[in-house]
Design a binder for this molecule. Structure first.
Ligand code: NAP
Length: 215
């Protein structure tokens, strides 16, 4: 299905699609813990988690299957649309406030329409990971970005492997979105007292997504 087609149908449903990501200065968004195989975000900034919770509350989330599995539990009060190629492996959770639906691309619009009935005032958020950001990047009219200033090069840390990156380099990405709000640089109260900043960036009204073909 063509991503432009998806965008048009999302707009016809009266919805807007935003992306939300926490990324470090090297474009990293995730890693695997070698010992456990668990996929994680390799830093601790509790303020970012609180911000994520506030922004996505009562909304409809689109995510990759690996991102869903990296969550400790479904995110209360949000609709989870989880994209997978292996539908047969997963069972939907039809909780009225916090449903989790495993779908493939072909049924995306069908499930977004159903989600709208669950969350009539909700909007759409693309929450990752890398594969999903790459696919949906062009249809997000707005991005909520937490830029985390990590101290060291996480990729040389021996406890992690299998690194995941945000697709477009974050600096180039920022230039393409010509309107934005940028917080000051804060210091986290979390482990390592990392510095972080919040960006909210919008696409110029005239910019249309480039033609990207999806499987
Ligand atoms: N820092 C952040 O803000 C942030 C946000 C989200 C995630 N993350 C991190 O990112 C990592 C996960 O990212 P990821 O890129 O590995 O995985 P992902 O994008 O979350 O999920 C990938 C999976 O999505 C499904 N998928 C992707 N494209 C598809 C398509 N065209 N059709 C059908 N299904 C498709 C496949 O599932 P199946 O294998 O089941 O077919 C694929 O394996 C984790 O470390 C997580 O902690 C970080």
């Amino acid at each position: 299905m063509d991503i432009n087609n998806i965008l048009q149908q999302i707009q016809q449903l009266g919805l807007e699609c935003s992306g939300i990501v926490a990324v470090n200065q090297r474009n990293l968004i995730g890693a695997t813990v070698k010992e456990t195989g668990k996929q994680i975000i390799p830093w601790s900034v509790p303020e970012d988690l609180a911000n994520f919770k506030r922004i996505t509350a009562n909304n409809i989330l689109i995510m990759g299957r690996k991102t869903f599995e990296s969550l400790p539990e479904p995110l209360n009060g949000r609709v989870h649309i989880v994209i997978t190629r292996s539908l047969f492996k997963y069972t939907n959770i039809n909780d009225p406030t916090t449903p989790v639906w495993f779908i493939n691309y072909d049924s995306l619009i069908t499930y977004i329409s159903i989600a709208k009935k669950y969350k009539p005032f909700g909007n759409l958020f693309v929450i990752g990971g890398t594969e999903i950001f790459n696919t949906f990047c062009s249809i997000c009219s707005k991005w909520y970005i937490t830029l985390v200033h990590t101290h060291n090069n996480i990729t040389s840390d021996t406890q992690y492997s299998d690194f995941h990156y945000f697709g477009p380099p974050i600096s180039i990405f920022r230039e393409q979105y010509n309107r934005g709000r940028f917080s000051p640089i804060y210091t986290s109260r979390g482990k390592d007292n990392l510095q972080y900043e919040f960006w909210e960036i919008w696409k110029p009204e005239s910019s249309l997504p480039s033609k990207i073909k999806m499987e």
